[in-house]
Design a protein. Sequence first.
Length: 391
Amino acid sequence: MKKRYLAGCQNVQSRETQGGPSLPKRTRINERGLDKLAKLGTVREAALFETLARDAVRCKLCERLCALAPGELGNCKTRVNASGRLYTLVYGNLSVIESRPIEIKPFFHYWPGSTALTFSTWSCNLDCPWCQNSSLSKTPPDTLNSRYYSPEEIVGMAVGYGDEGLCASFQEPTLFTEWAADVFSLARRRGLYSCFVSNGYMTLDALRFLADHGLDAIKFDVKGNSQTYKQYCGGVRGDEVVWRNAKEAKRLGLHVEIVNLVVTEVNDDEKSLRQFVQRHIKEVGVETPLHFTRYYPACKFKKPPTKVVTLELAYQTAKSEGVLFPYIGNVSGHSYENTYCPQCQILLVRRDGWRLKDYKLTEDQRCPSCHAQISIRGKHVRKPGRLPLWV
Ligand code: SF4
């Protein structure tokens, strides 16, 4: 894939070369440091926090709900208490910007064939040891050397490239909610869609704030059951809040897809897979697409890749329990990447990884054979020969 704009993010390149960030290994910033930060375009007062006694604050962006003394950074290292107010350090501080097919996220039922200008900031609020994007998610922002991207600049870039939408992805986008909200509001006025690829560990307030500011679609990466969160990911409120948020996102009218990274010897046994499927049906219903994706050894986790037969079992379990649109991911060319009509079973969409190979649905997203309405939002976009991605 051709990276269109990575060179513009100078801090990505320099920091990868240097092998690490220059800012917070420490968890406190002194008054002089705070004065310096306050002058930067990437530092803004946070949208969601409450003040506590003795100039402490509580961040209400994600369910870690960090309580911070003055000068203290949150668990994610993207928020700091400066003199009794909470500030984000990542407003428009981007690590990567590139145009990507929406299928790669994966969104299989949302604007099929379209591209989204995709971007990220730094760090994460969870600690999953198998993170597949750890160069970004395990790196805190280098605030003093950051370059500020305005919402106008990003939306203008998407329009200029001919993208249909925007997507916040790669690391946990909840961490730059304030900036994403400003970008998405502008994007909606310019006729672009906006989506999030998220671990879903935000507060309800954060989710509603994003929806109010133009978020259209969200992919929730549900790690497994509460034990998976407690043992590996550091999210003590576990899967409960993620499923709660997925359900609320549906209620708010957002397009929702669910992903479960099936990790070897963590959440890959038959019982866990069946329980996951049943929870999916209970919280978001049989029509919501469910992707079981293949894990590869990464970051600190070295178990072998997920067996393909395990992913096939997950798919078949989902089918037998009644999920209408199960998929497997990271197994390029597998027939379980395709969409089949749940009514007459004919092949509707053929995929090879993120490549859309064949699209047989009618313009109003119906099966051409039995006319069943298929839950796909947005239009099918054809971009023949425009991008090297599509050959
Ligand atoms: S976003 Fe989450 S991890 Fe970061 S400071 Fe706020 S509550 Fe803590």
